[in-house]
Design a protein around this ligand. Structure first.
Ligand SMILES: [Zn+2]
Ligand SMILES: [Zn+2]
Ligand SMILES: [Zn+2]
Length: 127
């Protein structure tokens, strides 16, 4: 039996996300990779890539986690994503708007852990 050489799951996940022009959901990733890797490995690879500062997580309007490539994160220490995400109600695609960074100030004693700015509407493709 010829064993087909396969690339590490983490690399496969990163390649898929970097090829996509919009954010990719768990289900889409698993759908494309389940033949080669098991679910747990895919989840673990996603977590690892987030920790490495390669990708970031976006929660879309329906509460679904999606992942997109990090372009502005130099390293894991500066891994915050205050940019706006646009969620299209027609095609359900989520796009990073990396140049749009809203500024806000929390009242004292509130500690921010994760910031999620998602704007919903119609994307240029569907307009
Ligand atoms: Zn990042
Ligand atoms: Zn759209
Ligand atoms: Zn983003």
């Amino acid at each position: 039996m010829e064993s087909q050489k396969k690339i590490p799951a983490k690399l496969a996940v990163e390649q898929l996300i970097s090829k996509a022009t919009t954010a990719v959901s768990h289900n889409e990733l698993i759908g494309q990779l389940k033949e080669r890797y098991n679910r747990v490995t895919i989840y673990r690879s996603l977590d690892r890539l987030v920790d490495d500062g390669k990708i970031h997580r976006i929660i879309d309007m329906d509460g679904v986690s999606k992942y997109a490539l990090c372009h502005s994160c130099e390293d894991a220490h500066d891994h915050n994503h205050n940019h706006v995400h646009f969620s299209c109600t027609a095609c359900q695609e989520v796009t990073c708007l990396e140049n749009i960074i809203p500024h806000f100030q929390l009242p004292e004693e509130y500690i921010s852990k994760e910031v999620n700015f998602t704007v919903s509407g119609i994307c240029p493709k569907c307009n």
